[in-house]
Structures are given as C-alpha cells and as structure tokens.
Design a protein around this ligand. Structure first.
Ligand code: X8Z
Ligand code: ZN
Length: 601
C-alpha cells in the first residue's frame, strides 16, 4: 500500500530510496520531514511575498510574470510535500507533528496539478485575473475621463440619481467580462490539483480547513445564517421601504428584491453610506466621523496612527519603523496597483505592511483597524513553526481588527479627542442603525460568495450558468437584483475582488459573527456593564492580554480552543452576540415595519 502511494506520487524519490522505502516510515522521519517542510515553505514564501508585493504595488507584465513564477514554485513545492506526507498516514504521531502534517495538506488555496505546464498556467492565470481586476476601468463613450473602482465607488456611495448610479454600476461590472474565460480554466486546473491531493474539488478543499468535516462546515454556516436571518429580514424590509419613499415604485418594487445599485456599495454588501437617508428622526447621534476626520485634516498616515494607538493601548508594541516606510497608504498616480486593502507579512517575522488606497472617511477608518488586526496577529504568532503561523481559522484573521473597531464608540472618540461630547442614550437607535447597515447587511453577501464558488468548483454550476447562478444566490440570500438585464456574456462574480483574487470568502461571514462574540467576551473581561454597543476595550490591559494570548496561539490548536480564550470558555461559533447587540434595533425596526411587506418574490 505504502509503496503504491510512493510510486504514484514520488517516482523519483521512490527509485532513489528503493531499499529504505520498503521499511515503514518512523515517527522520527515524520518529525524531520515536518521540520524540513517548515523551513522550505518559509524560504519559498518569502521569495514569493517579495515578488507578489512588487506585483500588487506595480502591475506590469514583468512583475506579473515574476510573481507567477515564484508562486508556481511555492504552490508546487507545497503540493508535492502534501503528497509526500501521505507516506506517514496511519502512523501514530505526536500531537504537534500530526497537526502540522494536517495543516500542510490544507495550506493551499489553489492546488497546482503535478504536471509542470499546468501548474505554471494556473499561477499565470491567478496573476492575470488579479491584474485585470486591479487595472479595471470604465471609460464612458461620451469621451469623459476613464473611472477606476475608487471613482465609481464614490458615485455609488454618494449619488442619489438612479441613472448616474446605474451607469457607475454597469461600468464597473463590465471590467470582469474578460476574466470569465480565465476563471473557467482556473476552475479546471485548480480542481485537478485538489483531486490529486485527495479532495473532491477546490471547494471541498476550502471547506476542510475548519477542524471539522467539509459537510459539517457547510451545515455550520447555514446554522449561523438561520440565527441571524430574522435580523437581516427586518433591516431589508425597512431599507426597501425607505428607498421606495425616495425613489418611487418605478425604481423600487414593493415586494421585489432591491436593485443593487441603490445600496451605497458596488456589491450592495455594506449599506452604511445610506445612513444619512435612513437616520431615525430624534435618534440620530448627530456626528459624522467622515466629516470630523476631514474637518481636522487627518491624513492617511494619521488614520493608521489612530489604529496603532488603539492596539498600543491594549498592550501591543508599536509597529516597526519598516511598517511606516514600506507600506502603501495612498494610491500611486504613476502606476497600476491593486487597491483592494490587504495586510502583508513579507518575511513572516518583522516585515509587516499594509497596502491600501486610503480615503479619509469613516469606512476606511474601520478598514485601517481591520488591516492592522492582520498585522498584529502575524506578529504575535511569528515565533511558532511556519505551519502554525496562521490564524485559528481564517475567520479569526478577518475578525481581529473588526473586533477592535467595534470599540470605536462615541465615548472612545471623545477620549481620543475626535468628538467633544458623546450622544445620550436616546440616540442609540441611530448608532445601532449605522452599524447594522454595515454589519448586518453584510451577512448574506458574506455567505453567498462561496456558496456560488462551492457550486462552481463542484460542477453543480457549469460555466454556461455562472452569471445566472450568481444572481439567483444574490436574490435568494440578499434580496437584491441587478439594475439592468444580465446575460452569460457578463461575469458579475468577477467584479468582486476575491473571485479573481482567489480569496475564500466564507471567512468574512464567520468574522462578521465572531467579531461580536469576541467583542462581547472581551467586554466582559474588561468588566464593561454598559450596553454592548457602548463598550470599548480601549486601554484595557486585561482584555488586551487575553487577545494577545489568543493571537499568539496562531494555528497551533483547533480553533475552539483559541475562541475559548477570549469568550470565557465558549467553544462554538455563536451568533447570539450579534443578535443581542442589535436587539434594541430589531425591536425598533419591527415597529417601523408594521404593515409593510417583508421578503421578496
Ligand atoms: O477584503 C476585505 C478586507 C481585506 S482582507 C478589506 N474585506 C471584505 C471585502 O472587502 O469584501 C473586509 C470585509 C469584507
Ligand atoms: Zn482582511
């Protein structure tokens, strides 16, 4: 049995070591194997990260090719080692070795086929898809200047003219048409690689990363969605009604899905930009962080300083000097870059950076905290073996900065001098509505992106139905519809960064739930007795210490053990925290919604 596996996966090694291969492998060999894998992966990862940073901050044919080459080298070595690891199947290994062995098999997001040409093609496709997205622009036919995602997003957030909104929406959604054929091929190749590693397909490989079976994970996200769905439905009902008042029956149907261009965000994933329209009379907190930041002439670097200052107040060390010199805070004028915000850990030690095209507004104030959450996580786990230098599950990585940003309360803004006086309690509905428009609105989107990809990878949705299936899920979960007719000429999933960027998305759904659970746990540790939305862990060293303890565990333990550290022992992901947080708002929404139609046909 062993020989067969060795011969199938490792013909060269098997021949070279023919006599030794007959003997069953030992625990010591397994340990040495894992040590070598850690060293090799780290080395290859650093090479790739440097090239990939260069690519993402300067998209050219050359940087794309270099990054693709190093990615191919890394992915292929990783896949090769994952296959070799099968040699130790059935051996009773010490827990640490066994866990790293398991992580090695799960560490790829795209698995390359063993065939050299195919793996190189896969790496090239990945770089090219992200390049097309990063360079994407809409050039209106009337000769007006071309607009990038930043320009078009500003229109979607600020304009209230349906025709203008529709043009911006359509313009952006045209950039992904050429990504479609790349994606079709990418699905084939990555599925082939996933199968070679023993997974059903790439989607099953992604769902296997949660210390439970892929089937159990799919059920788990459905369970969490059922917990939050009533809250989403109340928000949807209220927002649709308000938009009808504004735009009329011809634009917003009484009982149909909401047209996606009216929700203040290109993907209708966060609706916070609509707050001024929806603010409850008598319960508006009366301040606007975007206006405050601009009035104070806060610049991009200062936005990041605010984030750093928050983490420092929890007991984390300041960011290293290289963070400030090497990060990209602003969109460069002289070259193409991937503006989608990300956090990097170039050497898996000290060289942490963020890459953003920061705008001075409320949304990016939160995004800065989000990205820094990644960097502080990376720094806490840097001394673990390489295979453990990751979050407990990918939802944790996405949740840390957002958890901290939930502590950006009015009281906190007063403390740091951005606000003179915190609004009284009778303005809480306004505060909660503003938060819900981002956090609650996001939930179905966070879930459906990977529902779509899981179906695409499994073959349940063939290329000829890519767009149809996308809109069917967007209607089913979000209750939104495209503003203009769509066909299979379009590739609307590709207009969302994470699809061409091949970043799994259910992590953000988990993070949306986890951040409230973590905020509740840390607020308890900080002995905050106020309503949860008024609790801030700013300057609380006890909460900071627990957070640090969880981060320092990296991926060394199954995620329930990490979660327990900040939630007083809870070992299940639990949406009651987000539901409780918004309970007063839910009650208020349901009162406003009396007699209004709920749901969509
Ligand atoms: O992609 C991100 C981060 C980078 S990891 C900015 N987010 C998702 C998105 O923008 O779609 C954060 C929230 C969801
Ligand atoms: Zn993130």
């Amino acid at each position: 049995m062993f020989r067969r596996i060795l011969l199938v996966f490792l013909p060269i090694l098997a021949l070279a070591q023919a006599p030794a291969a007959k003997k069953p492998p030992t625990v010591q060999e397994a340990q040495q194997f894992i040590e070598r894998a850690n060293d090799r992966l780290l080395e290859l990862m650093i090479d790739f990260s440097l090239a990939d940073w260069t690519r993402a901050t300067n998209i050219t044919d050359d940087t794309e090719r270099m990054a693709a080459k190093l990615n191919d080298r890394l992915m292929s070595a990783n896949a090769q080692m994952a296959k070799e690891a099968a040699r130790f199947n059935g051996l009773k290994l010490p827990a640490e070795t066994a866990r790293q062995m398991k992580l090695l098999k799960l560490s790829l997001t795209a698995a390359p086929p063993a065939d050299k040409k195919s793996s190189a093609e896969l790496a090239r496709l990945l770089a090219e898809m992200e390049g097309i997205y990063g360079k994407g622009k809409y050039c209106p036919e009337d000769g007006k200047p071309c607009q990038d995602l930043g320009d078009l997003s500003r229109i979607i957030a600020r304009s209230r003219n349906p025709k203008e909104l529709e043009a911006a929406w359509k313009g952006w959604h045209a950039i992904s048409k050429p990504i479609r054929e790349h994606y079709v091929r990418f699905v084939q190749l990555s599925n082939q690689g996933a199968k070679e590693l023993g997974f059903e397909d790439t989607g099953a490989m992604w769902r296997s990363k949660y210390d439970m079976s892929p089937e159990a994970y799919a059920k788990e996200v459905d369970r969490l969605w059922e917990q939050v769905k009533p809250l989403y439905m109340s928000l949807h009902t209220y927002v649709r009604w308000k938009l009808r008042e504004k735009y009329g029956d011809a634009v917003v149907p009484a009982k149909g899905p909401i047209p996606a261009h009216l929700l203040g965000n290109m993907w209708a994933q966060e609706w916070g930009a609509l707050y001024p329209e929806l603010a409850p009379k008598n319960a508006d907190p009366g301040y606007d962080l975007t206006k405050i930041l601009n009035a104070r002439k806060v610049d991009a670097k200062q936005m990041v300083r605010y984030g750093e200052q928050f983490f420092s107040s929890l007991g984390f060390d300041p960011l290293p000097p290289t963070f400030w010199t090497r990060s990209q805070f602003l969109k460069p004028r002289d070259r193409e870059v991937v503006c989608h915000a990300s956090a990097w850990d170039i050497d898996f030690s000290e060289d942490i950076r963020i890459k953003m095209c920061i705008e001075i507004n409320d949304e990016d104030f939160t995004t800065v905290h989000h990205e820094l959450g990644h960097n502080y996580y990376q720094r806490e786990y840097k001394n673990l073996p390489f295979l453990y230098r990751d979050s407990a599950n990918d939802g944790f990585h996405e949740a840390i900065g957002d958890t901290v940003a939930l502590s950006v309360t009015p009281e906190y803004l007063v403390k740091i001098g951005l606000l003179d006086k915190a609004p009284p309690q009778d303005k809480d509905i306004g505060l909660l509505l503003k938060r819900a428009l981002d956090k609650v609105a996001f939930l179905p989107f966070g879930l459906l992106v990977d529902k779509w990809r899981w179906q695409v990878f499994s073959g349940a949705v063939p290329p000829a139905k890519y767009n149809e299936a996308w809109w069917s899920l967007r209607k089913q979960y979000q209750g939104v519809a495209p503003p203009v007719a769509r066909t299979e000429e379009d590739f609307d999933p590709g207009a969302k960064y994470h699809v061409p960027g091949n970043t799994p998305y259910s992590r953000y759904f988990l993070a949306a739930i986890l951040q409230f659970q973590m905020h509740r746990g840390l607020s308890q540790i900080a002995v905050c007795t106020d309503a949860l939305h008024r609790c801030s862990i700013y300057e609380n060293k006890a909460a900071g210490a627990k957070l640090k303890q969880m981060l320092a565990m990296g991926a060394s333990k199954p995620w329930p053990e990490a979660l327990a550290v900040v939630t007083n022992g809870q070992k299940q992901m639990d949406a009651t925290a987000i539901v409780d947080y918004f309970a007063p708002l839910k009650k208020w929404l349901d009162e406003q919604n009396q007699g209004k139609p709920t749901g969509w046909e």
